[in-house]
Every structure is written in structure tokens, then in C-alpha cells.
Design a protein around this ligand. Structure first.
Ligand SMILES: [Zn+2]
Length: 332
């Protein structure tokens, strides 16, 4: 699937294919919520297709395309992070492990079933363990003919530099607001709230990512819950009571929403009441809180959120995590 904001990347990649200069490894990177993995699948389909069209897009009906749509193409290998086997943790860390990379590399070393390309897509590649990344190196260095390895990552800096330096980089940028809003308008479920204000708000929450905004609108209950917890914390009601409910939500997403509340508070406190903020629906309460906020605690809370975000793959007691964060928020 290609999105409207993929055009430049597609044209650049297409030129590489047409001129026979497609590298054997590409790192597709950029913020999350831009559909990079969808682009990777589209590119895989294009190089595997037996009759691509003038735009180099897969035809959708040749034998190769049919196998792809059935999810059984023997020359396409996809990997993404999975839970460790036999884990007892309720929300275990997701990783790409060495055994999966080894088996992927073994497959890439075999002959193609269609006498064409063999393609590997490694989604959320930064979740490879160090051992997994090391075992991928050899294949990245000597991939053999007609092998294409697509690494997809929203946090490419977490990939070892040895991996990054062996891939050609393909960057995905946020679309402009109008492109994002038009796409959202066309893709939002029927019956959902689609006022311009609601769409803009969702886009702000998702830091400009259209797919993130769509997901956010579909999960607006979670956002409502976080908003309740945050406003409870600001008005001295018992915010800690929300810890159990927050523990049921997606950890990273919840941390990122909390970040928007914190940066709103910080903006209102330093730029005044007219500052542009994300949670504008709660401007009044945020403004009142901003007037009394302790800036040192504010920065400390910022560090606390960042720390948890950058260590989000580590399993923690989430009940305690949210209690701590809500307490810090209450005491800003
Ligand atoms: Zn085809």
C-alpha cells in the first residue's frame, strides 16, 4: 500500500530499479505512523512481480502477485518483533531474536523459487537483539545476487552503526497538514466525528502522523481516559485511582500522550496563555495549573517520561509505573 505522502520515495526507488541500481539493503526510516512497512511490502511486491506496470507497481494478478496476496510467496520473508517463548510476563518485551535472523539469512542464501529476487522485510528492525544484529551483518556484507533486504525503523539510531552503514537510507517525512487532513477525512470510519477541529486535534496528538491520527480517533476512548487521569491530577482529585486503567492501555502510546500534556504545561508556563498547545480542549485547566507549576519538577517529570519511553521495551510493573508518573504529575 502506498500513501499520498510516499510519492517522492516511490519515484526515487523506482528510478533505482529502472537503472539497475537498486541496492541490496535499504533502511526505511522516519517517524512512526507513516506507513513505512506498507511501503516496504509494496516495494517487495514490485520487485517480485512478473509484469510490473509503467509506474513499477506490482500488477496484482501474475502468479507472484497472487502468492503475495495469499501470504505464501516463497521468496518473501518477513520478520517483526515477537514475544520470547514460554514467557510468564503479562506484557513481555518484543524482540527480534538471533534464531529468527539466522533462519532468515539461511533462506536468503537459497535459490529463488521464481528465479528472481528474494526479499526480506525486517519491521521495527531496532528491536533486533545485539546478537541478532551481528548475525545479520554477514548477509548484509555479502548478500548474493538478487537479494533485497528492507529494514524498517522509526528509531534508526538504536540500530548498531555497523548495520546502518551497510544500508542505503530512505527517509520518510511527515506530510504537510493539508495532505494529512485530506487523507484522514477520506479514511475515517463512517459515523465517526469528522469535524475539522476533531481531525486537527487528532493529528496534533499524533505529532502530524496521519496513520497515528486515524488510530487515535479509532481509540478515542483511551485518549479520553488519559485526559481524565491528567485533569484529575491537576485538580487535586485522586489521579492514582487511574493507574490500573492506564495499565490496560498501550504503554508507549500512553507515555506519548502524557508528553503532550507536559509540553502543553511547559509552553503555557513559559510562553503565556496564548501559547499553541496540543490539548486545547483543556486549555483552561492547563493554564490554571501552569501558573503554579514548579519548573524544576516539570523538567524532572520530562526526564522521567523520556526515560520510560526510551526503555519501553523493558517489561516493568505497569501499575507502579503509572502510579509513579501520576504522582509526579500531581505534584508538579
Ligand atoms: Zn504481478
Amino acid at each position: 500500500m502506498l500513501y499520498p505522502w510516499h510519492q517522492t520515495q516511490w519515484q526515487n526507488t523506482r528510478r533505482l530499479i529502472d537503472s539497475g541500481q537498486l541496492p541490496h539493503a535499504l533502511l526505511l526510516f522516519g517517524n512512526s505512523g507513516l506507513g513505512k512497512a506498507d511501503f516496504a511490502h509494496e516495494l517487495a511486491a514490485a520487485v517480485l512481480c512478473q509484469q510490473p506496470d509503467a509506474e513499477r507497481r506490482a500488477c496484482g494478478h501474475c502468479a507472484s502477485c497472487q502468492l503475495l496476496s495469499a501470504g505464501t510467496h516463497p521468496d518473501l520473508y518477513s520478520l517483526k518483533p515477537v514475544e520470547k517463548k514460554n514467557t510468564t510476563s503479562k506484557k513481555p518485551a518484543l524482540r527480534i531474536r538471533i534464531e529468527d535472523i539466522r533462519s532468515l539469512c539461511d533462506s536468503l542464501n537459497q535459490t529463488s523459487q521464481f528465479s528472481g529476487y528474494r526479499v526480506a522485510i525486517i519491521d521495527q528492525a531496532e528491536q533486533m537483539t545485539l546478537e541478532a544484529a551481528n548475525s545479520l551483518l554477514k548477509t548484509l556484507e555479502e548478500p548474493g545476487a538478487q537479494v533485497l533486504i528492507l529494514l524498517v525503523s522509526s528509531r534508526p539510531n538504536r540500530l548498531p552503526v555497523t548495520i546502518r552503514s551497510r544500508c542505503q537510507r530512505l527517509r520518510f517525512a511527515m506530510p504537510d497538514e493539508q495532505t494529512a487532513l485530506t487523507w484522514l477525512q477520506q479514511n475515517i470510519e463512517k459515523g465517526a466525528e469528522t469535524s475539522a477541529e476533531a481531525l486537527q486535534q487528532a493529528l496534533k496528538y499524533a505529532h502530524g502522523s496521519p496513520l497515528g491520527a486515524l488510530k487515535q480517533m479509532e481509540e478515542s476512548e483511551s485518549y479520553q481516559l488519559i485526559a481524565e487521569a491528567m485533569t484529575a491530577g491537576m485538580s487535586g482529585r485522586d489521579a492514582l485511582a487511574y493507574a490500573t486503567k492506564l495499565a490496560q492501555l498501550d504503554k508507549v502510546q500512553t507515555l506519548e500522550v502524557m508528553q503532550t500534556w507536559l509540553s502543553d504545561l511547559s509552553r503555557l508556563s513559559s510562553c503565556g496563555a496564548d501559547a499553541e498547545i496540543t490539548n486545547s480542549r483543556y486549555r483552561h485547566q492547563l493554564q490554571a495549573r501552569a501558573e503554579k507549576v514548579n519548573r524544576q519538577r516539570l523538567f524532572r517529570f520530562y526526564d522521567q517520561l523520556n526515560f520510560n519511553l526510551s526503555h519501553s521495551a523493558i517489561a516493568v510493573n505497569e501499575q507502579l509505573l503509572w502510579e509513579n508518573l501520576l504522582l509526579s504529575w500531581e505534584q508538579l
